[in-house]
Design a protein around this ligand. Structure first.
Ligand SMILES: Cc1cc2nc3c(=O)[nH]c(=O)nc-3n(C[C@H](O)[C@H](O)[C@H](O)COP(=O)(O)OP(=O)(O)OC[C@H]3O[C@@H](n4cnc5c(N)ncnc54)[C@H](O)[C@@H]3O)c2cc1C
Length: 294
């Protein structure tokens, strides 16, 4: 690995100044489970690594029944899995963070790092998208927010500009009778990236007979994690039936743009999208029904 300088600022302002000063050759470091692998394999060369884990705003979890959930960018997957009450309110997010790597990886890996790495297979990104999350970014020009679905722009590329740091991700408070889930396919249960993944969020009518809103997002089947608006829209005003799920799954298959690589073929991935979207919808609907059942 090529040598680089290491700094660990304790404020957002200091981190932004360090990153902005380095002519594009500085990178934030959270858990390092992507960054250090890329540096070690010389996929990336940097002069400076800026450790963001000592910045308080990036390390907090705030859960409020009205304001929703704010997850600091440097919060680890393990902390989210262990948080009392989070699984009950945001099970779709916990579905994803509890399958990233294995236990050891989850102790280091962060949701912010998963998002900023912008891999098409990033497991936490479809839940962020379907839950309507927004990302707060600090940079030399100040603070801005970006919807999760617009954050990743190409494989390994995001909206982050020079000197910008992701501070946190905000998830709105769940609406009544809503539920979310994330499922993926991997050949091995642990320590493998998704061949394909699907996140679903549904909101049901008060009597739970109809879907009033729905979002579907996919991983590992397009250059970026993908919100499939048509699949969610097709579910609105329908009963939550297998037929409706199957039609939404077909629309997701049509929207997917998978490639063939070492983990799977294009045809296998497209088939998986159909299966996974239906599974994700079944779980999301059952959670939506369960939330108000006392
Ligand atoms: C064995 C193994 C198994 C894995 N399994 C999975 C898996 O199942 N699913 C999955 O999705 N991923 C998996 N990964 C990939 C990785 O663990 C995750 O993407 C993880 O969430 C990255 O988080 P991190 O904190 O380690 O990020 P880092 O490696 O610290 O950073 C990743 C990228 O994000 C940037 N970054 C980090 N924080 C910020 C910030 N606050 N602002 C701006 N930029 C930032 C870094 O500069 C870097 O470019 C695996 C990795 C390994 C090594």
């Amino acid at each position: 690995m090529r040598p680089f300088a290491y700094r660990a600022p304790t404020s957002v302002g200091e981190a932004v100044a360090l990153l902005a000063d380095c002519d594009g050759r500085a990178r934030p470091l959270a858990g390092g489970t992507d960054l250090l692998v890329q540096l070690r394999h010389n996929q990336l060369e940097v002069d400076l690594v800026v450790d963001v884990k000592r910045i308080p705003e990036l390390s907090t979890i705030s859960l409020d029944s009205v304001k929703g959930l704010i997850v600091g960018a440097a919060v680890t997957c393990a902390r989210l899995c262990e948080h009392p009450g989070l699984r009950e309110v945001y099970p779709g997010l916990v579905d994803a963070v509890s399958i990233i790597g294995g236990t050891a990886i989850q102790e280091r890996a962060t949701v912010g790092g998963n998002l900023c790495n912008a891999a098409p297979s990033g497991d936490s990104i479809p839940p962020m998208i379907v839950l309507g999350a927004t990302c707060t970014i600090a940079g030399p020009q100040g603070i801005r927010t970006v919807p999760a679905e617009a954050f990743c722009t190409a494989p390994g590329v995001s909206v982050l500009g020079k000197g910008e740091v992701l501070i946190s991700i905000h998830f709105p408070a769940p609406t009544p009778s809503s539920g979310a889930s994330y499922v993926r396919f991997t050949p091995r249960r642990e320590m493998d990236l998704a061949v394909a993944g699907a996140g679903a969020w549904v909101a049901l009518s008060a009597d739970r007979s109809r879907i009033v809103d729905a979002h579907i997002a996919l991983s590992a089947v397009a250059p970026t994690p993908l919100l499939v608006g048509a699949a969610g829209d097709a579910l609105v005003d329908r009963a939550p039936t297998e037929e409706a799920f199957s039609q939404a799954a077909s629309l997701a298959q049509q929207a997917a743009r998978p490639i063939s690589d070492v983990r799977g073929t294009e045809a296998q991935r497209r088939h998986l999208v159909g299966v996974l979207v239906q599974r994700a919808l079944r779980v999301a609907v059952s959670r939506a029904k369960g939330r108000n059942e006392g």
